[in-house]
Design a binder for this molecule. Structure first.
Ligand code: MG
Length: 397
């Protein structure tokens, strides 16, 4: 299953700008910070690490295009930036035309919906894989009592809400029918969501109801509420994990740190490949998510784990974290090593850790220390590493 993600960010955000009293009028809500990260970055980051999602296309209106390119690259997000249209549906169509022809599914998400949960994204992908419809959309049951009123405010009816849902994004649609809906429906460019395009040509679309909070940031108040929700631990909790590891350095062993080969005539003595940095990091993630330690998962008594590639340990640990609904948001590490000097390898390790964890480079820190000749590391007998990670999630949404 191959999916292209289209992020609809073409809107002018007039309602939002009007609400920003005294602020610069050109501030787009997409670049406002939520929990220290731009709204658009959060809206896209939620989709990281799903193997089905092969590319991101962001449809954005002209004044924001170069700002978006700069922002995304600063956070290590790769996306094709596509010209936004006059309407949301036109923006999405422009992106659809630029999508990889091999993608048979299109996921559309609002650029201003930053609290979407990974659990919800996963549920859409699972539903699509099971089949039985041409589209699935995230939706919330309508809870308030809904009144229908006339022009003078006189109530005409109380609407039966038992079968009413608020349509949200993400929306996942089968590309073939999505493309046809643009072709065959003269009203297509005024559609306000993707499902209605498929509905208009008679294709089945299903609701995927969820109970998480997945608001679209429309007014300044929405941003303030989302900020407060995050500070209060909404959308899951924030936790910190700590890990450390030490290995004796001996002649004739390959020396790996964070998956990067270090040129030296010695290397760590170990049952596995001895990558102390990846071991410390993996233990930190296990610690943050309450999942034990590496020894529980990869016993050094198990012959299966002999010379085990530590990148596999990290991958397994990240998978377990996701299974527990945690996402890694930041990591910080210290490598204590007297010789060799790490120098430029430090930046290489940082990039490698970013790649292995799916984090942006700016969310990964690698520091090196010597011990001024003191202790086993100082005497050149060992390498030791420490890691601290921040994770978020664990909640039901
Ligand atoms: Mg170790």
């Amino acid at each position: 299953m191959q999916v292209s993600l289209i992020v609809a960010a073409g809107g002018s955000g007039v309602r939002f700008r009007r609400g920003l009293r005294g602020a610069r009028t050109r501030t787009s809500k997409l670049f406002c910070l939520l929990g220290g990260r731009p709204v658009i970055v959060r809206s896209i980051e939620a989709f990281r690490g799903f193997p089905e999602i092969r590319e991101v296309l962001a449809a954005v209106s002209l004044p924001d295009r170069s700002a978006l390119a700069k922002t995304l690259s600063a956070y290590g997000i790769r996306a094709k930036i596509v010209r936004g249209g006059k309407t949301r549906a036109e923006s999405v169509r422009n992106a659809l035309r630029a999508a990889d022809p091999k993608s048979e599914w299109i996921m559309v998400h609002d650029g201003a919906r930053p609290l979407v949960s990974r659990k919800l994204i996963k549920a859409l992908l699972v539903a699509a894989r099971r089949g039985g419809s041409d589209g699935w959309i995230a939706a919330a049951k309508v809870v308030p009592t809904i009144k229908k009123a006339g022009p003078k405010g006189e109530i005409q009816a109380t609407v039966d809400r038992s079968s009413l849902y608020e349509a949200q994004t993400p929306q996942l649609v089968r590309r073939r029918w999505f493309e046809r809906s643009y072709r065959d429906n003269p009203e297509a460019l005024s559609a306000t969501d993707e499902a209605s395009l498929l509905e208009a040509i008679g294709r089945p679309v299903k609701i995927l109801a969820h109970e998480g909070w997945n608001p679209k940031i429309t007014a300044v108040r929405d941003l303030e509420l989302a900020e407060a929700y995050g500070s209060a631990g909404g959308g899951g909790m924030t936790r910190v994990g700590f890990g450390k590891d030490i290995h004796r350095l001996v002649s004739g062993r390959k020396f790996l740190l964070g998956g990067v080969r270090i040129k030296y005539d010695k290397g760590p003595l170990a049952h596995s490949d001895g990558d102390a940095l990846l071991h410390a990091l993996s233990d930190a993630i296990l610690g943050a998510t309450g999942a034990g330690d590496i020894g529980d998962w990869f016993s050094d008594r198990d012959p299966k784990n002999k010379n085990l590639n530590s990148e596999k340990i990290l991958a397994a640990v990240l998978k377990e974290a996701r299974r527990r609904h945690f996402e890694l948001v930041h990591l910080d590490t210290v490598i204590t090593l007297e010789r060799p000097k790490l120098g430029p390898a430090k930046e290489k390790i940082r990039k490698r850790l970013a790649k292995l964890t799916g984090l942006g480079v700016e969310d990964v820190s690698v520091k090196a220390k010597t011990m001024e000749g003191l202790g086993p590391e100082g005497e050149g007998l060992a390498v030791s590493c420490e890691a601290v990670v921040t994770v978020r999630g664990g909640g039901a949404s």
